[in-house]
Write a protein that binds this ligand. Structure first.
Ligand code: ATP
Ligand code: MG
Length: 431
């Protein structure tokens, strides 16, 4: 019996994992400079939390969640997204009493039972952030988007396109949705199965459809921009002005709606090249009513986003921005030093030297068993080591080591002090 990973989930292997680390580390750094702190959340929650917040009628809750009955018969679900958990934690820990806006970021796996394909998995990863607090100032929306674009810029993600829209609030959206529904009913027979169903459950989602036959129909539907109430219109205009102040380029997209119920007003999505039809690397928006819906203070507003890490990494790979060339800590992959030893006394010396080299930050490969000289150096080469350091009886007797640069075979005998400075210079040739 041979085991295989379950359909739609995958292993992230080296060297790709180094790129994942770089992406996550950069996100921590960039988000940190905007005053966001990390929250670590549980992987599973009560099913009701998601049913309430994401929405019973959404695809996510109605057919994509991994739900199961716990031993005490409560229904538990693997999280399909994390905003619900952040809001639950915010309420549970009374964070509304903290000064200013509460700014949190998170990263980790999410679970949705979708049809697996490139950029779409059943266990996938998100990096997200949320701002919760009493203010819904448009400047917050603009700054959250600025933070995202800063991250993408820092990662050298090329060709990212920011789409924005406003989908109104509880004052103006219901009337618009009714108008939309009325128009959709008239063209019902020309729509696909999904859209037909959504006339009842969630007419806004029809705008999102990529079905060829529906495109002409959708273009003629009423647009939300013409139905926003004054407050929403002003809010949206100010978000756009503030994006402008930050030099952020955006495209307005009236068909941009989100698949989760709790969004209102500002919504945004970022697409990136190299991903085929799964080209959204980030979705987000404002969700002012969510905290109240989950039993928290009615005065708390919120906005956030989630980046699809799998897709972000894919897009970086497609663009040749892999970390493989610059390795885990900004170095070429492979050890700095392959420490070849020959004989029991040399092994003992090599163990001590390896520790001192590693303490100084060098990546050291120390063979666990003694090998013949040729085989050992051959392995050093195949591992992509930059240097072989050789410790044998002769070296021990003279209190030195032989260091060999594997790119050109240049070698010399040096004392330990010299070895360290030689390796340092090799690492930073500019210095
Ligand atoms: P899509 O329209 O691509 O299904 P979504 O609207 O369901 O995306 P959100 O719930 O807003 O996505 O999640 C934010 C981001 O998470 C998406 O933009 C995408 O990058 C990523 N994402 C969502 N579902 C998956 C998945 N099954 N596999 C990989 N990434 C995903
Ligand atoms: Mg989806």
């Amino acid at each position: 019996m041979k085991f295989q990973a379950i359909k739609g989930v995958r292993d992230i292997l080296p060297p790709e994992s180094a790129l994942w680390n770089r992406v996550e580390q950069t996100a921590r750094e960039v988000f940190g400079t905007f005053g966001f702190a990390e929250i670590r959340l549980p992987i599973f929650e009560q099913t009701d939390l998601f049913a309430r917040s994401v929405g019973q009628e959404t695809d996510i809750v109605s057919k994509e969640m991994y739900s199961f009955e716990d031993r005490d018969e409560t229904s538990i679900s693997l999280r399909p997204e994390a905003t619900a958990s952040v809001v639950r934690a915010y309420i549970q820990h009374g964070m509304q009493t903290l000064p200013g806006n509460v700014k949190l970021h998170y990263m980790g796996p999410m679970f949705r039972r979708e049809r697996p394909q490139k950029g779409r998995y059943r266990q996938f990863y998100q990096i997200g952030a949320e701002v919760l607090g009493a203010s819904d100032a448009p400047g917050i929306d603009a700054e959250v988007i600025e933070m995202l674009m800063t991250l993408f810029e820092r990662l050298k993600l090329k060709g990212a396109v920011l789409n924005i829209n406003s989908i109104g609030d509880k004052n103006c959206r219901p009337a618009y949705v009714e108008k939309l529904r009325a128009e959709l009913v008239k063209v019902r027979e020309q729509l696909g199965e999904d859209s037909k169903r959504r006339i009842e459950t969630n007419p806004l989602r029809v705008l999102d459809s990529k079905l060829e036959q529906e495109q002409g129909i959708i273009e003629k539907l009423p647009r939300i921009a013409e139905h926003l109430c004054e407050n929403c219109r002003e809010h949206y205009a100010e978000v756009k002005r503030q994006l402008g102040l930050r030099g952020i380029v955006y495209q307005e997209n009236w068909r941009l709606v989100r698949g989760l119920d709790y969004y209102m007003r500002t919504t945004f999505e970022i697409t990136a090249p190299g991903l085929g039809s799964q080209n959204a690397v980030c979705g987000g928006g404002r969700y002012d009513g969510l905290v109240e819906l989950l039993g928290g203070p009615a005065t708390t507003k919120g906005i956030g986003f989630a980046i699809g890490t799998d897709r972000l990494v894919l897009s970086l790979q497609e663009a040749g921005e892999d970390a493989a060339q610059d390795g885990p800590a900004g170095k070429a992959a492979g050890p700095d030093v392959y420490l070849a030893w020959f004989g029991a006394a040399a092994q003992s010396a090599a163990i001590g030297l390896a520790k001192r080299l590693r303490d100084a930050g060098f990546v050291v490969e120390l063979p666990a068993v003694e090998m013949k000289f040729g085989k050992s150096l051959g392995l050093a080469d195949r591992l992509g080591s930059r240097h072989a350091v050789i410790v044998g009886d002769d070296e021990l007797a003279a209190g030195i080591v032989t260091v060999k640069r594997l790119s050109d075979g240049a070698q010399q005998k040096v004392g330990e002090q010299e070895l360290f400075s030689y390796l340092r210079t090799a690492q930073n040739p500019g210095i």
